[in-house]
Design a protein. Sequence first.
Length: 353
Amino acid sequence: MKACGRAALASLLMWMGACVDFERAEEKFCVRHPERCGEGLPDAGYDCTPTRDTDEPDDTFEDSNCDGVDGLAAAGLFVDPASGTAGAAGTKEAPLKTLSEALQRLRDNTGPNRPSFLYLAQGTYPETGLVLDVPVSLHGGYNGAGNWLRNATNITRIQGGAVGLTVRNLPEDAGVVLDRLVVASSEPTTPGTPSIALYVLDSQAVRLRNDTLWAGRGALGQVGATGAQGFDGGVGTAGGNAEGPTPGIVPGIAGESNCVGGGYSGGAGKVGTLGGTAGFNGDPGAPNPPLGGDGGTGGPGGQPSGTGRFISCETASGGEGTPGAPGAGGPVGKGGTGWGSLQGGTWVATHGG
């Protein structure tokens, strides 16, 4: 005869109001609930009155089937980051240490008895690259090894990498529930990398219940590409007129008259230029007015000599001036005196008076 959780069985029979042979009832109970039977299998560990055979984790935290956990103990794996052990059986008494190992164990188990629940004790699970791709529900908020009761104050925190937890490739009938979990992602440093708490991809009917999702700050964007070459500049505006040549230094000396009586010289020539340009016309001749004509045209400018910043004033001699313009008409002469003389048989009046 198999040993069974007798306290739980007795409570169940009392609840059913049964008055039957205990040994026979025990055998039938163990056939229906093999997870509750076995050599040395303990009871729930506390006074418990079963209310139903099934017991999926819920918000009342009630152990409805008195198997020592809010849930079906035989249908799940237990994980405790504080007291769990790598390679353990994954039971209440011998929980696993990491969520990663529990998920891998489920991937390796493709049989009909693959667990449907992961019971996660309170604490932090610092695991990067977590991927939920098997039909199993995650339930947090349990006390942990030695006492797998559950309450709302126990915090189960999954601290992943840039993506806290990835759920992918789950069919609609998977029935996956994420319950009482804090899922947090880190702050990546690779340029352009986002921070995602929960990433659900190609999956259906995933239910979130009493969860908190914390996403960190994404990394800075990648450095932008080098800008394209700018367009050529526009055509410049027209330059101003060039300045004239530098004027000569000394004007030409006024021409002298060889006329008897003097005083009829041409005016001084205008200042020439150093670039070989002809000088301006000379000033009017003296006296002016009324007797002298305009001065002659200035001679051609001399060629400059010298180099660098100093200019030699030893220029070539200017050319000869052109003839002066005719003088203006003289004033009206005085009346004749009547005096004259016969010269060769002709009367010649005396000029002047």
